[in-house]
Design a protein around this ligand. Structure first.
Ligand SMILES: Cc1ncc(COP(=O)(O)O)c(C=O)c1O
Length: 511
């Protein structure tokens, strides 16, 4: 227990208030100093936490603190106990899964978000949060080169977003009244089926589990030699399912798959969806951000025809996790799937204040187009499962303003340039083999020394190679399997990664 005199006034016995503003200011400065130091030296920590399972559990008391503890002690424990157990996603050497970044403006945005602590469930529970979300997502739509009107909301994750998309797709089967009556015990409801490539993210499968469509309700479509959904096989699968009594209702296409960052042929898939009346959802969680570079906007070809689309600024747009943007051309259907307003959440939506509120040019018209009259002050709780909503738009808004479209595009182009360097080195080395195209900044490859062709031995070798890199601490890589081959992935996406990092990594791999 701390000495009484090292405690703040707010921690003295019988005190009932919060930390006083002056104490907050003092600790706040310490914390910001800590953050600046941390970000400045994040590359010097082992990227992958080097702790053993249970280390932190054992270091912390099993009982909760009964008496107040001095803030100095708490802050010191961040360094002493927490930091050793951190895997540094902010490190320039983090190239596993998909690299992400909490950028300076994004972190400062998070600080405002928690200080303001608004819950943007209704327009009136913080008009600025709802309207900034609308304005920011309208800006992002323009940056990505997507046509209007497009209605957007920010969710925590793409996993929530795909669930919302498929719930809306199910709602679009209006005659079945599934929202009201459910699916089970209704012989008149055919078995529902949706489609995604065999390389689609596991969140696509999970959404079907949650929606009661079941894992059998998702039919995985084989990919071509470049890991893209085979659109011909998609159409054959739909026809076969219809003949067998299934009711197809949606297709999920991916722009930037998790294993190889491949791009499904969205224009052909959109044709098929139109032919069979299916909801088209595009998961551009990772790849979509690249379209802020006008030269990369081709990656979203066909997405203007999607019913819904996800782009995750918390993946490759330098915004701290969590920030996943969900766009839809059919907000009324998403709302029909989710809007449920108990008495205690009723609000006079078009209050005088909102009707006369000053919105940036075009925003009011934009909202009018997508929502219809009377819904220019949307209650964002109506567009998903969650009632409570963080003010996530604020951090994205700060990131977008701080870097500007050109700054964001320059960084994304640089990551792609670094990936192309790796591609060149791998392709030029007879002891390495690239296992997939690299349309973005993710490179899939393996060591394949001349004369060693036994697949089991190659798997062991590459597993060992990756483990050694990860143990050495400067870099963190992850793997996948492509056509049964153990594949190392290098996913460049952190704002701090430089050409020198990539050169050093390649040297380590070769050594
Ligand atoms: C293509 C793709 N979709 C969806 C997701 C899930 O993203 P989230 O963590 O936002 O749910 C991922 C995660 O890496 C992904 O790679």
């Amino acid at each position: 227990m701390a000495e009484q005199d090292s405690l703040d006034a707010a921690q003295q016995p019988a005190a009932t208030g919060d930390m006083e503003p002056e104490a907050f200011r003092r600790y706040g400065h310490q914390v910001v100093d800590w953050m600046a130091d941390y970000l400045g030296q994040v590359g010097s920590y082992p990227v992958l936490a080097q702790t053993a399972p249970g280390d932190l559990r054992r270091a912390l008391p099993a009982q909760p603190p009964i008496e107040p503890e001095a803030m100095e002690t708490i802050l010191a424990d961040i360094d002493r106990l927490i930091l050793p157990g951190i895997t540094h996603w902010n490190s320039p050497g983090f190239m596993a899964y998909f690299g992400i970044t909490a950028s300076g403006p994004g972190i400062l945005g998070e600080m405002f978000i928690s200080a303001l602590n608004v819950n943007a469930m209704l327009w009136r529970t913080s008009p600025a949060a709802t309207e900034l979300e609308q304005v920011t997502l309208e800006w992002l739509r323009q940056m990505l080169g997507l046509p209007e009107p497009l209605f957007g909301v920010i969710n925590d994750t793409a996993s929530s977003g795909v669930l919302h998309a498929l719930a809306a797709a199910r709602e679009a089967l209006a005659d079945l009244h599934i929202r009201q009556k459910g699916i089970s015990g209704r012989p008149e409801v055919p078995r529902l089926r949706y489609y995604a490539s065999q390389d689609a993210h596991s969140s696509v499968d999970k959404a079907g589990i949650v929606l009661g469509v079941g894992q059998e309700g998702l039919r995985k479509i084989p990919t071509d030699a470049e890991y893209r959904m085979d659109a011909t096989l998609l159409e054959l699968a739909i026809q076969e399912d219809i003949a067998a009594g299934w009711l197809p209702f949606a297709v999920v296409a991916t722009v930037g798959t998790t294993s190889t960052a491949s791009i499904d042929p969205v224009p052909q898939i959109a044709d098929i969806c139109e032919r069979y009346g299916l909801w088209l959802h595009v998961d551009a969680s990772y790849g979509g951000s690249a379209a802020v570079d006008p030269h990369m906007q081709w990656i979203l070809a066909g997405c203007e025809r999607a019913d819904s689309l996800i782009v995750n600024p918390h993946k490759w747009l330098f915004t701290p996790i969590d920030c996943s943007v969900f766009y839809t051309r059919k907000p009324a259907i998403v709302k029909a799937a989710f809007s449920l307003v108990p008495e205690y959440l009723r609000s006079d939506r078009l209050s005088e204040a909102s009707a006369t509120a000053t919105l940036p040019d075009g925003t009011r018209e934009h909202l009018r187009q997508v929502e219809g009259l009377g819904d220019e002050t949307p209650n964002l709780m109506d567009y998903g499962v969650a009632l409570g909503r963080r003010f996530r738009a604020l951090k994205l808004w700060m990131v977008m303003r701080y870097f500007g479209q050109e700054g964001l595009a320059t960084r994304i182009r640089e990551h792609q340039r670094l990936a192309q360097l790796l591609v060149q080195w791998i392709d030029a080395d007879p002891d390495f083999e690239r296992l997939a195209p690299a349309p973005f900044s993710t490179v899939c490859f393996r060591a394949h020394p001349r004369g060693l062709d036994d697949e089991t031995a190659l798997e062991k070798l590459n597993e060992h190679l990756m483990e050694n890199i990860n143990k050495a601490g400067r870099f963190f890589l992850s793997h996948t399997k492509l056509h049964g081959k153990y594949t190392i992935r290098i996913a460049i996406g952190n704002i701090r990664t430089t050409e020198q990092d990539i050169r050093d990594l390649w040297q380590q791999i070769k050594d």
